[in-house]
Design a binder for this molecule. Structure first.
Ligand SMILES: Nc1ncnc2c1ncn2[C@@H]1O[C@H](COP(=O)(O)OP(=O)(O)OP(=O)(O)O)[C@@H](O)[C@H]1O
Length: 266
């Protein structure tokens, strides 16, 4: 049994509670994939092929129209508490300082929620450890608008990890950043994964990002999306920017690009 098992899943977006119509969107079709505990998987594919939909299915935010999604052998039927998520734009609350933003999930997710008041000092310490890990020591008391986009994205990663989720889902988390900041954050995320060892699934359009970060990269076809190829990234860690110029890395990126082009025409 794998940690996450997606088996023969179809997902149709339609009007809730209404019969299916020709206007419904078949987002993913007959999609299967398994992900092991502690694995770092990247999902790549053409725009609109259903990558974010797969993340939502794993998080339990939507239910498959057909097939099954299981985590730890259990069918996913509601939003999972063991999931942390981060998206393209850092959505930090502007009226809270960085530390209080990072601590937000502890006020919402059980079992932390019930103990939040008595554990406040301990939780502050947990937030500060994570902030230090991503290079934001000393910024805990700043407000979000006092930080650059890259720094806000670092804080968002801390917020996604504060409740120690077993699964971290990242939907194009660095897409809004410039190339240099983005490449810096690859290193930060790689370190966070080494530190926490949770299962990470990242959706990205940047094939170098996928190859740098992941242990396995799955390519999806155009909509209705399905997995057309999964490649292992057998490049030793920790990976550095120099790694991205090595022949093995360049070949992998070219191969991924080739399969995405094939998936567009299939
Ligand atoms: N809530 C929704 N209602 C109706 N259709 C939707 C909904 N969410 C997504 N879709 C459609 O489902 C398809 C897959 O969308 P999804 O966001 O999963 O793709 P994606 O691969 O993540 O796209 P991108 O790379 O452009 O972000 C798209 O055609 C999209 O328009």
């Amino acid at each position: 049994m794998s940690f996450i098992e997606i088996s023969n899943v179809d997902l149709v977006y339609g009007k809730p509670g209404e019969k299916s119509t020709v206007n419904d969107t078949l987002a993913v079709s007959d999609t299967s994939i398994t992900i092991e505990d502690g694995e770092f998987l990247a999902l790549v594919g053409p725009s609109g092929c259903g990558k974010s939909t797969l993340l939502k299915l794993i998080a339990g935010l939507i239910r498959p129209s057909r097939g099954s999604v299981k985590v730890s052998g259990q069918e996913v039927t509601c939003p999972l508490k063991i999931v942390g998520m981060a998206f393209q734009n850092a959505t930090l609350l502007p009226w809270r300082n960085i530390r209080d933003n990072v601590m937000l999930p502890l006020e919402i997710v059980e079992p932390y929620r019930g103990r939040h008041r008595q554990d406040r000092a301990k939780n502050r310490e947990r937030a500060d450890i994570l902030l230090e890990k991503v290079g934001l020591a000393g910024f805990a008391e700043k407000m979000p608008w006092q930080l650059s986009g890259g720094m806000q994205q670092r804080a968002q990663l801390c917020r996604a990890l504060i409740h120690e989720p077993s699964i971290l889902l990242l939907d194009e988390p660095f897409a809004a950043l410039d190339t240099f900041t983005r490449e810096d954050l690859w290193g930060v995320l790689q370190e966070l994964w080494e530190f926490r060892k949770c299962t990470i699934i990242i959706v990205t359009h940047e094939l170098r990002e996928a190859a740098f970060l992941a242990g396995k990269v799955s390519v999806m076809s155009s909509r209705p999306g399905r997995i057309i190829k999964t490649s292992s990234v057998d490049i030793p860690r920790p990976r550095t920017l120099e790694t991205t110029f090595e022949p093995q890395f360049v070949e992998l990126v070219q191969d991924l690009r080739h399969h995405i082009s094939l998936g567009k025409t299939s």
